[in-house]
Design a protein around this ligand. Structure first.
Ligand code: PRX
Length: 656
């Protein structure tokens, strides 16, 4: 982190007020209303959250204390008893929503399913009983490695129902990455599918699970449940592997939701950090339920007639919070799409919007840049008039991409909510409220009520308007992560020590650089640590370097990101070879493939550069700043005085 200067170069002065027709029906419908809510929450965060918890959620038992804050460890709604599956399902069955569509699903080959709240409830209860039959108990951990099919949501809700924590691993991760995560989580059971459809091909999920579990590599896993999705042949290991549909058929639909302690673990989700292996971000039950519920309700201005579509994968936090828990807790209709735009149907997203009359569309800047490239004739050929609100998440959105999204997809009438948040924060933190906060393209705008966000220097002092600094949060919030699974010290070190407590107040350090303008709008500039964001997915340089070094030809590797018009960043790997090995195109290809099999296709380096040595400080630390400049073809500027061997830089410039 010492290797970082934060400089803000983006100058963007456009501002857009939400459309009058939108404001007319919006829940929070003026800047004054937002500011009033914000001030109220700021003055007394505990009362603010407690009132919402009472109004918005069903509790089996009231809490004794709203917040127990022993920095950096927070407990929300202490001794409250609640179940998130109950809040997402059971409580809607006694209302008119019983027969409302809870989940609309569209498969890539064009098949589809709709589950009402009553139907989803039944599936979840049955599957919860299947889990129980296989010995899963409250407190156990279940691995989920699934395509984007309704069973992914059913699996998560069933775990939550019986008090087992889930750990969803993105289906694009390799067998090795899956194995590491299952080992760390000590998963007792894995839920998967024979495969899933993506870009006209089958992702062989079960095959990856078999590889991950081969030779008893994950001794904690006793059973594997397999959904039949693609119908291709797969191996089933007798005694260990079971077909979902066979057990589901005979399972009872009677499964009352387990009263969980508000602070019981709901899930672990792995995310990349700047050092070491991925960390298991732990979220608990009551606070997470409340936070995802309220942010979904206000940020998406959810109305009962909405058809809401978030294009994320359930393997990421966005899928957890804003496909499954937040929307269902609100009794919304949430749409789930299995595939991705592909050569055979580049306009598939617009088809889905037209087919279902989607009203709220939430996607990522990397997808928007891809839409721009594919051409506006595709959305223009469909009727997108049902849309009333757009959202983005995952990385800063370039103002020009924002303008395109606003004009071409939103028809100049839909507000855009640019939502800044993280796996760690559980839900939206800085975002506009669409009927209240004027938008500035490229800015995530203002903090959500109750979120005391600020920009500070390394000592924790607030920096003046428009000066770059570190994005921090000053007060705990209900959706915050509670710890790193099995490593509380790492939690403290990563998020609470980079910037020391100031006047007794602990500051949550998000790892992002940002500035605040004269109107209090936040402009997030990106990570200040060694995390690369490829298509909005976080990848730790350390993980990719470890994968490269595990290849016998590699002596040392340093990985940096280089700006990429489509993906945000592309991975460039600088490699020094073992004395026996020779640099070649073939070896470069082999190393790229090696990373794919160690981590997954999302981590494939775009470029491999061989070099005799890497630029290091005298203490042996690789100077990534220099490599970043070299990778993007910029002049190396700034201080190079700590460089141990200056000739390395010249050699690298000459490309050897
Ligand atoms: O750098 C920020 C960026 O994504 C990081 C969080 O990544 P992850 O935990 O994978 O969660 C992604 C989905 C919530 C942040 O530290 N980021 C996320 N949203 C935005 C963003 N950067 C700028 N603007 C955003 N709206």
């Amino acid at each position: 982190m010492a290797d970082v200067t934060i400089e803000s170069i983006l100058q963007e002065n456009r501002s857009f007020k939400p459309d009058a027709a939108f404001v007319e029906t919006a829940q929070i419908n003026s800047l004054a209303a937002y500011e009033e809510l914000y001030s109220k929450a700021q003055a007394d965060p505990q009362t603010f959250w407690a009132e919402l918890a009472t109004q918005e959620l069903d509790w089996f038992q009231h809490w004794d204390q709203v917040l127990d804050w022993q920095p950096p460890f927070a407990k929300w709604f202490v001794n409250g008893k609640i179940n998130i599956s109950y809040n997402c399902l059971d409580r809607h069955l006694t209302t008119w929503r019983k027969n409302k569509a809870a989940l609309i699903w569209e498969g890539e080959p064009g098949d589809s399913r709709t589950l009402t709240y009553a139907q989803l409830y039944r599936e979840v209860c049955q599957f919860a009983n299947v889990l129980k039959q296989l010995g899963v108990k409250k407190g156990d951990l279940v691995g989920v490695y699934m395509p984007m099919i309704p069973e992914a949501a059913i699996a998560m809700l069933a775990c939550a129902r019986i008090g087992a924590a889930h750990s969803v691993v993105f289906g694009g991760f390799s067998a090795e990455a899956l194995r590491d995560r299952l080992i760390d989580a000590q998963a007792k059971l894995v839920i998967t599918a024979d495969g899933g459809w993506r870009k006209d091909a089958i992702v062989p999920l079960k095959e990856q699970v078999d590889k991950a579990l081969a030779n008893q590599a994950v001794p904690s896993v006793e059973n594997v449940l397999v959904v039949k999705r693609t119908q291709q042949d797969i191996a089933m290991e007798p005694g260990r592997d079971h077909w979902w549909h066979e057990l589901q058929k005979t399972a009872s639909a009677d499964c009352p939701a387990e009263p969980m302690d508000s602070e019981d673990m709901l899930f672990v989700l792995y995310t990349s950090g700047s050092t070491g292996k991925p960390k298991g971000v732990v979220h608990t039950t009551g606070g997470y339920n409340l936070y995802t519920h309220v942010t979904t309700k206000w940020v998406f201005d959810l109305q009962d007639t909405d058809v809401y579509w978030c294009t994320a994968d359930v393997g990421w936090i966005t899928g957890h919070s804003y496909i499954v828990y937040g929307p269902l807790s609100n009794g919304a209709t949430t749409l789930m799409y299995e595939g991705a735009p592909r050569a055979s149907n580049p306009g598939c997203f617009w088809d889905v919007i037209e087919k279902y009359g989607v009203t709220i569309f939430y996607t990522a800047p990397t997808a928007i840049r891809a839409f721009i490239k594919m051409g506006e004739h595709l959305p223009k050929a469909r009727n997108l008039s049902s849309l009333r609100l757009l959202g983005t998440v995952g990385e800063p959105i370039n103002p020009e991409a924002w303008m395109w999204y606003y004009r071409v997809i939103g028809g100049d009438r839909c507000p855009i909510v640019d939502t800044w948040w993280q796996t760690e924060t559980g839900g939206h933190m800085i975002t506009s409220l669409p009927g209240a906060i004027p938008m500035k393209p490229g800015s995530a705008t203002r903090p959500f009520p109750g979120i005391l966000a600020d920009i500070v220097d390394l000592e924790g002092n607030p920096v003046p308007a428009n000066q770059g600094g570190y994005l921090v949060v000053r007060h705990p919030w209900p959706g915050m992560m509670r710890t790193v699974y099995g490593d509380a010290e790492r939690f403290r070190r990563t998020y609470w020590e980079h910037i020391p407590p100031k006047d007794g107040q602990y500051l949550y350090f998000a790892g992002d650089g940002a500035r605040k303008d004269e109107d209090g709008y936040f402009w997030v500039m990106g990570r200040v640590d060694d995390v690369i964001s490829v298509s909005g997915h976080r990848l730790g340089t350390m993980e990719i370097e470890s994968a490269l070094v595990s290849h016998p030809a590699v002596a040392e590797a340093a990985v940096v990101g280089k700006p990429d018009a489509l993906k945000g960043e592309e991975i460039v790997a600088f490699i020094t070879l073992d004395s026996e090995a020779k640099a070649s195109e073939t070896l470069a290809k082999e190393l790229k493939q090696h990373v794919v099999s160690e981590i997954g296709a999302l981590a494939r380096p775009g470029e491999i550069r061989f070099s005799d040595a890497l630029p290091k400080t005298r203490s042996g630390k690789i100077m990534r700043r220099l490599l970043r400049s070299l990778a993007s073809g910029e002049e190396v500027s700034g201080d190079t005085s700590t460089l141990e061997d200056r000739s390395v830089l010249d050699k690298l410039r000459q490309g050897n």
